[in-house]
Design a protein around this ligand. Structure first.
Ligand code: SF4
Length: 494
């Protein structure tokens, strides 16, 4: 697809809007069968006017900014462009995305940021519905989540960080997966040296956190599939954390066991020995047919066994992840999955929408999947109703590019069972130090206005230094970046 736009700095936003309606299209490549789009934006007395044209259809929208004078000029431009594009998309593709033209990934952060500027909730509701075209249901959902998250903002977080520890290995690769995870035998042979280096990095990053006078509020061990580690490897990682990290008294530690086919009594024994109380056991669907269709190499029965194993070990919080929009899933099998999960009454249920971002095996079917959004829409709407009716509240939300129907991912929790890590990380409330291949360290200034990202080497062989590709940052560079950031943004200001 060719996208012509007369304001180059808005190209990225315009591309995001195209993807919202059309899925993972490629730009400057007209071989995909989608019509070219022309966009032109002009300044007016009180705002901007935009014309969007494609396939013989032309839509014009003029945004007068008098009512929302607090908006930055770049937001005003985007609103004019977004509205013109939305009208075009609605006519050409017969879609009205429920998040309107809000393409950012964190709707609740949008609300919290504007509230912190003193904008009233009434004005914010008006802005979201009239300028950003967000549906009434989604506006209320975002407000509800922002309210829960604001509790975490008011806690003292100034001298705390969270830590993410990456275990990017899986027993096999699921077809829809867009994460960095290694699932071949050859790559799995790297687990032993990987765990060695990971433990060393946990200790050295812990020394830096201590030196900076910080404490750790939450730790998330995620993947991949962390429970692919042997019990003794898991023990080594947890021992490194507990021996070296300056943990807050109420530090929350989560172990994302993930795939049911890797969960064993022995792994959970190790977690309990270290007094870990939060685990994830993720089926994604409880239909064996769908599990097979998406190449997820376990059965529903294995999920039930793994879940029973977690219950037997007495974990206080068990999370289960499911996905709406999986190929071959139907509304009725999704409903049956969710009803069965609710019957287990776990403390957390996270409902993802299928993202077909990098999933190589699905990419060829992307257009078909994207156009079949009705099923995913119905599943997501059903999950909101069913979970709220059964005592779960949405507490964090994020959106990804190229999800079916431009839908969202929502974490639901029974009251008081929210995951602090998910909120602190997702809403960029404080710094998250990433350790391990594929992890990202996100440094957040105390006023939350400045964010610096440091990317660890993506793959284990790069992380271990056995690749010809030189990493962007060495371990010493990462330490220096973190120290410099804190000197500039925390210590200098005091
Ligand atoms: S278990 Fe999770 S991380 Fe691993 S391949 Fe499947 S979806 Fe990806």
């Amino acid at each position: 697809m060719i996208l012509n736009i007369n304001n180059e700095h808005l190209r990225h936003y315009a591309e995001s809007l195209c993807q919202m309606f059309l899925g993972p299209v490629r730009f400057a490549d007209d071989s995909d069968g989608f019509a070219d789009i022309d966009i032109s934006l002009t300044k007016t007395a009180n705002g901007y006017k935009c014309m969007a044209k494609s396939n013989g259809v032309c839509k014009t929208f003029e945004f007068d900014n008098s009512r929302f004078s607090f908006l930055k000029e770049s937001d005003v431009e985007k609103i004019a462009l977004g509205n013109a594009f939305y009208m075009l998309g609605a006519q050409l593709y017969h879609k009205s995305p429920p998040w309107g033209i809000l393409t950012g990934i964190r709707p609740a952060k949008f609300i919290l940021d504007h509230q912190s500027l003193g904008i009233s909730n009434d004005i914010l509701r008006l802005l979201l519905s009239e300028a950003y075209l967000v549906s009434k249901e989604n506006i209320e959902l975002a407000f509800q989540i922002a309210k829960t998250e604001s509790k975490y903002l008011s806690h003292s977080i100034d001298k705390t960080v969270s830590v993410y520890i990456s275990v990017p290995f899986c027993p096999t690769k699921c077809n829809y997966c867009s994460f960095v995870s290694c699932a071949t035998k050859k790559l799995s042979s790297l687990i032993v040296p990987y765990v060695d280096k990971l433990c060393g990095d946990i200790k050295s990053r812990a020394a830096l956190i201590k030196k900076l006078g910080l404490r750790v509020r939450s730790v998330y061990i995620g993947g991949g599939t962390p429970s692919i580690l042997s019990p003794s490897q898991t023990d080594s990682v947890l021992t490194a954390i507990f021996d070296s990290m300056p943990l807050c008294e109420n530090c929350e530690i989560t172990f994302e066991a993930g795939r049911p086919d890797t969960i064993t009594d022995q792994i959970f024994d190790v977690l309990k020995k270290h007094r870990i109380d939060r685990v994830s056991v993720n089926p994604q669907t409880l239909s064996d047919d769908v599990l097979k269709a998406v190449g997820r190499n376990h059965t529903a029965a294995q999920f039930y066994d793994a879940y029973a194993c977690a219950k037997k070990h007495g974990f206080a919080i068990i999370n289960t992840d499911i996905i709406a929009g999986l190929p071959s899933d139907t509304v009725s099998s999704f409903k049956s999955t969710l009803d069965s999960i609710i019957a287990l009454y776990p403390q957390n249920i996270t409902v993802h929408s299928l993202s077909i971002k990098n999933a190589a095996k699905f990419r060829a079917d992307a257009k078909k999947l994207i156009s079949d959004t009705a099923t995913a829409n119905e599943c997501v709407a059903f999950s909101k109703d069913a979970l709220i009716k059964n005592g779960y509240l949405p507490y964090y939300i994020y959106r990804q590019k190229n999800t079916i129907g431009n839908l969202e991912n929502i974490g639901y929790a029974r009251i008081g069972c929210e995951s602090a890590y998910n909120i602190l990380m997702m809403e960029e409330i404080h710094t998250v130090i990433g350790i391990g291949a594929g992890s990202v360290t996100k440094l957040v200034s105390s006023d939350r206005k400045k964010i610096v990202r440091i990317f660890a080497p993506k793959y284990p062989y790069e992380y271990l230094g056995i690749s010809s590709k030189k990493p962007l940052y060495s371990d010493m560079d990462i330490d220096k970046e973190i120290s410099d950031f804190y000197c500039e943004n925390y210590f200098a200001a005091k």
